[in-house]
Design a binder for this molecule. Structure first.
Ligand code: HEM
Length: 146
């Protein structure tokens, strides 16, 4: 990382979220509201609760860091989403559709429209690439174009 990447003013200018009013508290509020729905979803809840167990607080903090890194370029998230998802016992195309449906509705509830649109655009892009990664790790292609 060169010095200019750590300059908060420069980062704020370049980060995609800055232009549409994304903030740190907004990232955290979206994460909290989204995973509250995920945890009680009949399909997604068991997948998440099985993997996360009683580690929800750490997961929520990590996901707030993730979105802050994606949209505000803070670099706080250092993990590997592909490896985490490839290791799940289940993450089918229908699960991704449900994940995205919950994410879209939560973003619309929590964020002003331009910020919601950006969160959703990035989530759709990352979901596509995770699905390709999962399919590749299983040695198959997705059953339909994503
Ligand atoms: C079917 C859809 C999905 C399911 C079932 C799912 C499930 C999970 C689970 C269970 C974990 C925790 C893994 C662990 O701690 O062992 C996790 C982590 C994570 N998920 Fe997802 N996820 C889905 C889609 C997505 C999408 C679309 C994104 C991004 C837009 C995303 C971002 C992340 C990130 C950043 C982590 C943290 C990985 C790490 O440990 O560094 N997930 N996911």
């Amino acid at each position: 990382m060169n010095k200019s990447d750590t300059d908060p003013d420069r980062r704020a200018r370049l980060a995609p979220g800055g232009a549409v009013g994304v903030t740190e508290p907004m990232c955290r509020a979206l994460v909290d509201a989204f995973y509250a729905k995920v945890r009680v979803d009949p399909e997604l809840g068991p997948i998440f609760n099985g993997a996360i167990g009683d580690g929800w607080e750490a997961h929520l903090a990590k996901l707030a860091d993730f979105w802050s890194s994606v949209l505000l370029m803070t670099g706080r998230y250092k993990g590997s989403p592909m490896a985490a998802h490839a290791a799940l016992p289940r993450a089918e195309p229908a699960d991704f559709e449900q994940w995205l449906a919950l994410f879209r509705s939560t973003a619309a509830e929590v964020c002003p429209p331009p910020a919601a649109a950006l969160f959703i655009e990035k989530a759709e892009m990352i979901a596509r690439s995770l699905q390709f990664g999962i399919a590749a790790s299983r040695g198959v292609l997705p059953s339909q174009p994503v």
